[in-house]
Design a protein around this ligand. Structure first.
Ligand code: HEC
Ligand code: HEC
Length: 359
């Protein structure tokens, strides 16, 4: 390479520059070798910036638009009063912040509402994993008597009575002779839910190699999270959402935290080993989604962490460790996508009227 005048002039400073370069190289090798970062990359994956693809349900702008409307649509409930957003409030972390969900007729359901943010990355849906996909999941609450209390036939009648919806289904499902169906409603909601992802958390910045994204305390917490084996159950892109474990793997919680009526995954598999087993939930955005556990009995994150120590790991975590773990978990808060509240088309004369009686 031909050296220019400028380079010749800096000749004298070469040794210094060489040292600086050597230091830089050493630092960057050091970064690659940071054992904590390496371990983290072994256990976890960052949330991608782009919405994931769904096999068998191509996500289009038209489907997302329709799905967003349906997510905010209270006329999917028999009372015209409850939408998905009632329990999965997108302005409040995708949850309702009450102990267990409140649905039709003010009835209290048995379980806490999990967040819909990043649900697309869960291996299966619900605390017991009884729905394998988001579209299968979406059909549940519409029909559940303690949630939206409707029937597929009545929902379809409602949507068909509103010309704007018929047009939107036509656009979202082009080429279908009869696009306004309960299955397509679920597919559109699923498409919208793929956009409910929260990339860009400080933890993900750290995973991308920015070691300054976490404080020393947060890194200690991350080290404990891996070292104490929280990762046995909370791993992957969602730090959870991928496996089921007995609540009380080491020590069964009291009924004030785990009411005995809800026996968890055994209802799905029939396996004795799944009694009181629940999905290890995602810990993404955990600081926004209290109260915790399927029972919603614990409101304080540090209490939840302590309970995980005693009941899932059989250890008593020190206060300092709990503080560090909580600090780490708060770095999992990502960028909530901007969500436009949709304007919904008016109902027509033949739209089934609100019905607050029980079916
Ligand atoms: C009355 C409150 C309520 C309404 C309305 C409601 N949900 Fe839920 N949702 C819940 C509860 C409670 C659970 C957990 C139930 C269980 O595990 O058995 C849940 C679970 C979910 C999950 C699974 C998340 C996970 O991590 O397992 C998704 C996704 C979801 N709901 C989306 C929706 C959509 C879409 C709608 C509208 C069609 C909706 N919900 C309506 C309360 C509600
Ligand atoms: C043996 C598996 C296992 C281990 C180990 C484990 N967890 Fe959990 N975790 C679960 C399960 C299962 C749940 C859900 C329990 C329920 O609600 O029934 C849960 C729930 C949680 C929750 C509440 C989340 C919510 O949205 O309700 C937090 C926070 C949590 N774990 C953090 C931790 C931390 C921190 C550690 C390590 C100290 C840890 N977990 C170790 C399986 C585990």
């Amino acid at each position: 390479m031909k050296l220019g005048l400028k380079n010749q002039c800096s000749e004298k400073r070469r040794p210094l520059k060489a040292v600086a370069t050597a230091v830089l190289i050493a630092l960057s090798i050091g970064a690659g070798n940071d054992p904590l970062l390496e371990k983290s990359r072994h256990w976890f994956d960052p949330i991608p910036e782009e919405a994931p693809r769904i096999p068998g349900n191509p996500v289009t702008t038209e489907k997302i638009t329709l799905g967003r409307m349906l997510f905010f649509e209270p006329r999917l409930s028999s009372s015209w009063w409850i939408s998905c957003n009632s329990c999965h409030n997108l302005g409040l972390g995708g949850v309702d912040h009450v102990e267990t969900a409140i649905g039709h007729g003010w009835r209290k359901g048995p379980r806490n509402s999990p967040t819909v943010f990043n649900a697309v990355f869960n291996a299966a849906q619900f605390w017991d994993g009884r729905a394998k996909s988001l579209d299968e999941q979406a059909k549940g609450p519409v029909q559940a008597a303690i949630e939206m209390n409707n029937t597929p036939a009545r929902v379809v009648r409602t949507l068909r009575s509103i010309p704007e919806y018929v047009e939107l289904f036509r656009k979202a499902f082009p080429g279908e002779a009869d696009p306004v169906t309960f299955d397509n409603l679920a597919r559109a909601i699923e498409a919208f839910e793929t956009t409910l992802i929260t990339p860009g958390s400080r933890f993900d910045l750290y995973m991308s190699g920015d070691e300054s994204a976490l404080t020393e305390e947060e890194k200690r917490g991350l080290g404990l999270f891996i070292g104490k084996d929280c990762v046995k159950c909370h791993k992957g892109v969602n730090l959870g959402g991928s496996s089921y474990h007995r609540f009380g793997a080491e020590k069964t919680p009291g009924p004030e935290i785990m009411p005995r009526e809800d026996k968890g995954r055994i209802a799905v598999t029939g396996n004795r080993a799944d009694e009181y087993a629940f999905k290890a939930p995602t810990l993404r955005n955990i600081e926004l989604t209290a109260p915790y556990f399927h029972s919603g009995k614990v409101r304080d994150l540090k209490d939840a962490i302590r309970l995980m120590g005693t009941h899932q790991l059989g250890i008593k975590l020190k206060d300092r460790e709990v503080d560090d773990l909580a600090a780490f978990l708060k770095t999992l808060t990502g960028r909530i996508p901007a969500i436009e509240v949709p304007q919904l088309p008016m109902h027509a004369a033949d739209t089934p009227r609100p019905d607050i009686s029980d079916r």
